[in-house]
Design a protein around this ligand. Structure first.
Ligand SMILES: *Cc1c(COP(=O)(O)O)cnc(C)c1O
Length: 409
């Protein structure tokens, strides 16, 4: 045990492990500074489209081995356009995991279709392949698959099943650009792949998204829908210019994140009360490396004297660590009239209550910061009863009484 673990947790008045708090994203980058300088000089910042958008489209297409790339203003819009590109509307059903990004559920409603929720895998908390077939009906027009929190959905098996039933698949790779799934770049296995360039994402232009497909019909339908005498959901030329240099460093950054995740999980060990989702991916081949927009864990309160997940997150936030509760499960926050479910969704319900996610920027920093995160967890574990007592008697430092809403998009 190193000495740091014996120190008093920040929530009880000790010095935080990271006194400056979590690193801000995006990091300073000379390539980005140069793009911004040049954009100012050339007037590129005011352009609708141009060579940068074209270059970005070409590079994304080559990287994902798809024919068509449509750039747009957000990942959320990209999913909606993908649904429209498939011609999905009233009376249709779209299958998705009950634990997923809320915008995906809302998009299905937006186009007039009905979300059909299936449960998630008990190990990696992503869509459970074994429950997919029983959710399919004559009205199923699409399967929407997201890879979340370091988890991967086995795309080969999903595509095999979907092709047999002639159901198109949208693969939401917003959280894992450049990740590999069974030998393929994430987002390239589905009939449509989706990326987000939102401000907190691994590839960022502050906002933005992309739709990738090899179907000219789908691409054409999306272009027709989006064009209102002008593009209604554009990515700007400046945003495209900012993304191009990031594609060059994505691979090395993904590698660095992977190394840090591997090291962090080693340091945490298997008695930390945190079980990572990425160690249990049910992919069929070894050529898979997840992405880490948020590193997800199942939290076990019994390792922490019964501390609630929310209080545990507050404790780590007090240490300067960006750890938050995961998504709400979709069936717990939406009226039953809005969706159909094929079973009781017990695993998604558990995920709703016990997932925690570590925001990615720290994963691009030095190894010793992983040691600090692991020691912060140990510190909370060692003082869990005391924290519990302080909490129940209302004596926690007032700064930490109420967990603020730090949710990311
Ligand atoms: C961020 C995200 C989106 C939406 O992207 P925005 O660009 O923020 O609209 C969609 N799906 C998943 C899984 C995401 O993480």
């Amino acid at each position: 045990m190193n000495s740091a673990t014996q120190e008093i947790p920040a929530i009880l008045g000790g010095t935080p492990c990271f006194p400056k708090g979590p690193p801000e994203w995006p990091f300073a980058d000379s390539a980005i500074s140069q793009v911004l300088r040049e954009a100012q000089e050339t007037g590129l910042w005011g352009k609708y489209h141009g060579p940068c958008s074209q270059q970005l489209q070409q590079e994304l297409a080559a990287f994902h081995e798809t024919e068509e790339v449509i750039l747009c203003c957000s990942g959320t819009v990209a999913i909606e356009l993908a649904l429209r590109g498939l011609g999905i509307g009233t009376g249709d059903e779209v299958i998705l995991a009950a634990y997923d990004f809320e915008g995906n559920f809302k998009n299905i409603l937006t186009v007039g279709a009905t979300p059909v929720l299936v449960d998630v895998d008990s190990q990696n908390c992503n869509l459970d392949l074994n429950l997919l077939e029983q959710a399919i009906t004559a009205s199923t027009k699409c399967i929407l698959v997201s890879h979340l929190h370091g988890g991967l959905v086995p795309m080969q098996a999903v595509m095999e099943l979907a092709r047999k039933r002639e159901i198109p698949v949208i693969e939401d790779a917003c959280q894992i650009p450049g990740a590999k799934i069974e030998g393929h770049t994430a987002g390239s296995s589905g009939d449509i792949g989706i990326l987000s360039f939102g401000g907190s994402k691994l590839l960022t232009a502050g906002r933005g998204g992309a739709i990738m497909t090899s179907s000219p019909q789908i691409a054409q339908r999306i272009r027709l829908y989006s064009f209102r005498g002008n593009e209604a959901y554009p990515l700007t030329e400046l945003q495209a210019a900012l993304l191009i240099p990031q594609l060059k460093t994505l691979h090395s950054q993904n590698q660095k994140r992977q190394e840090n995740v591997t090291y962090l999980l080693q340091q945490l060990g298997d008695q930390s009360g945190l079980t990572s989702l990425c160690q249990a991916n049910p992919t069929s081949e070894t050529d898979s490396t997840p992405g880490y927009y948020k590193l997800g864990f199942q939290y076990s309160s019994e390792y922490f004297a019964g501390l609630s997940r929310e209080l545990f997150c507050t404790c780590l936030q007090a240490e300067g660590i960006a750890l938050y509760p995961g998504f709400r499960a979709l069936h717990t926050i939406h009226s039953r009239r809005r969706f159909r479910q094929t079973d009781a969704l017990p695993v998604a319900t558990a995920c709703d209550q016990n997932l925690v996610v570590l925001h990615h920027p720290v994963l691009l920093t030095e190894h010793n910061n992983m040691d600090l995160i692991a020691s912060a967890v140990t510190r909370i574990q060692q003082h869990a009863e005391e924290i519990m007592q302080m909490s129940t008697s209302g004596k926690l430092d007032s700064r930490y009484k109420k967990s603020e809403d730090h949710s990311f998009e």
